[in-house]
Design a protein around this ligand. Structure first.
Ligand SMILES: C[S@@+](CC[C@H](N)C(=O)[O-])C[C@H]1O[C@@H](n2cnc3c(N)ncnc32)[C@H](O)[C@@H]1O
Length: 199
């Protein structure tokens, strides 16, 4: 990602955190219900208690608390570009491993985490025809032992100049080039879809 694109993400979240404090709106989610519905779909890939999980674009690490509330406490690592959100996340989760940066800054080994998940961290419009998103997905898959689950905005229902949205079947086709066991879920929200890639 270009330096100015990274900076834009950092700045936007610093501002939204000032405006909203610890609230899903600071993450650009419209409500906690919408945020948690995405968590529910991601976790249903097969996450089990004590599995290790890397959460890419973790924000406040709310996925960690949500999983704990469901009785599925995982060994959690979060990565996020925003130092401001991570500061809040670390106060809320002193026990969590939280790393500042983008996924491709880190050289995690193949199979380093049971699961790698991502919610909402590929919604930034980068004007690259999805190239960066495909690189992220390939790396997430590479460093997972059991598989990955991620969501993106649905290009069939969202077309906004500042948001990246993609055609779900086109993305599924790409994922199938990496993983024969890739599946699309697109019936839980009008403007979002999830892909599972299981090993
Ligand atoms: C919509 S928020 C969702 C946060 C969290 N996943 C959740 O659902 O509560 C998107 C998050 O992804 C982070 N982000 C966006 N692009 C990223 C990237 N390339 N690498 C790491 N973090 C990124 C943002 O800083 C923000 O915290």
């Amino acid at each position: 990602m270009k330096k100015e694109q990274r900076q834009r993400i950092v700045d936007r979240h610093r501002d939204s955190l000032k405006r909203h404090g610890y609230h899903p709106n600071a993450l650009y989610w419209s409500s906690i219900e919408i945020q948690q519905l995405r968590f529910k779909i991601l976790a249903a890939v097969g996450m089990k208690e004590a599995d290790s999980l890397l959460d890419v674009g973790c924000g406040f690490a709310d996925f960690k608390s949500w999983l704990e509330g469901e009785g599925t406490a995982v060994k959690y690592t979060g990565v996020d570009l925003s130092p401001d959100l991570l500061r809040v996340a670390q106060q809320k989760h002193p026990d969590a491993a939280l790393l500042c940066g983008e996924l491709l800054d880190f050289s995690f080994a193949a199979n380093a985490f049971d699961w790698v998940a991502l919610s909402g961290a590929m919604n930034e419009q980068l004007h690259d025809d999805g190239d960066y998103a495909r690189k992220m997905i390939a790396q997430m898959y590479h460093i997972s032992r059991k598989g990955i689950a991620f969501n993106m905005l649905d290009g069939r229902t969202i077309n906004a100049h500042d948001l990246q949205s993609v055609e779900p079947h086109k993305m599924l086709k790409y994922c199938q080039t990496l993983c024969k066991n890739a599946a699309l879920l697109d019936a839980y929200l009008a403007n979002d879809f999830t892909i599972y890639m299981q090993k």
